[in-house]
Ligand binder design. Structure first.
Ligand SMILES: [Ca+2]
Ligand SMILES: [Ca+2]
Length: 310
């Protein structure tokens, strides 16, 4: 009998382990849907929510079956969400006549109950939200609602604890970095790094300045335009006169790197932090830049923080 129970126990652990592998520290593993979930309380439009889940290596969760629906309801109750619906992954955003989950399951294959008569307007873009009691309702995709991101089993994390292999560990600093070739304003760069479970790169030493400078040079060389000869990094200024602070609340000196370019910071309206990396005379040192100007940027991720087991 004991041997039987032991076998069952081992099989259970193996089963559990098959989907509860390492994943982002802000997700938790749930047996019912067999994967990883994260509740996002801040209301987003459907598109923003879908994009956020995508950036986190997940998809917008849908009530795929009764168990999953109960799991989503319980998440809402646990977070005090009793009257506000959450967006699900069900929508017709790709073609007006086709409602399906993010996984591609047609709405007709789902066991869902409508909170009232389905109020779908055939010509409109509709996104399906779920109420706490498990019923669903059609809403404008431009409304803003909380949502749940879902990552199915089979997660393979790289050495950075990231799903995205764009993040690469640098042994000189022990941090992971990803240089983005796209152009974004400083606030958008900050947001993209955050969605990836990372942060805009913070320079904590001369060595790290060299590491980030190298990455910046490479990514800037992919589209060599002179006005893009700097990248957004994780510091900015507040108040008058300007007080420079990293995104982790430290002065540049305390953080470990405060080498400005000789004539920088130079303009009051330039409040966001950048690193020169494309011009021969100013390379590898700091500059203040306008926050709305779009630049390439570098995210940093601490592998010890990201890959936590729950
Ligand atoms: Ca750093
Ligand atoms: Ca400047």
């Amino acid at each position: 009998m004991e041997g039987y129970l032991l076998t069952i126990g081992i099989l259970f652990m193996l089963y559990e382990g098959s989907y509860c592998e390492l994943y982002r520290h802000d997700y938790y593993c749930d047996q019912a849907p067999g994967g990883w979930l994260k509740f996002n309380p801040i209301p987003h439009t459907w598109e923003e929510a879908a994009l956020r889940c995508y950036n986190e290596g997940a998809i917008l969760a849908s009530p795929l079956d009764e168990e999953f629906s109960k799991t989503l309801s319980n998440i809402m109750i646990d977070h005090g969400l009793l009257t506000t619906p959450i967006f699900t992954g069900i929508s017709n955003v790709y073609a007006r006549s086709e409602y399906q989950t993010m996984e591609g399951v047609p709405i007709s294959n789902l066991c869902i109950s409508w909170s009232a008569e389905p109020n779908i307007k055939p010509s409109d873009q509709n996104c399906i939200a779920m109420n706490t009691n498990g019923t669903v309702t059609a809403l404008s995709c431009l409304d803003r609602h909380p949502f749940v991101c879902y990552r199915k089993s089979g997660v393979q994390l790289n050495e950075c604890g990231a799903v995205d292999n764009g993040f690469v560990l640098d042994n000189r600093t022990g941090s992971c970095y990803k240089a983005f070739n796209m152009l974004s304003s400083w606030p958008e760069s900050f947001a993209i790094c955050a969605r990836e479970g990372a942060h805009l790169a913070v320079i904590n030493s001369d060595t790290e300045a060299e590491v980030i400078w190298d990455l910046a040079k490479k990514v800037l060389a992919q589209t060599p335009v002179p006005s893009w000869s700097y990248v957004n990094i994780g510091f900015r200024s507040w108040s008058e006169p300007r007080t420079w602070m990293t995104i982790h609340g430290q002065s540049l000196k305390d953080a470990g790197y405060d080498k400005w370019s000789p004539n920088e910071p130079n303009h009051e309206h330039e409040r966001c932090g950048t690193l020169f990396a494309g011009s021969s005379v100013k390379d590898g040192v700091l500059n203040d830049g306008e926050c709305h100007v779009t630049r390439k940027f570098i995210c940093e991720l601490d592998p010890k923080i990201n890959a936590a087991v729950h």
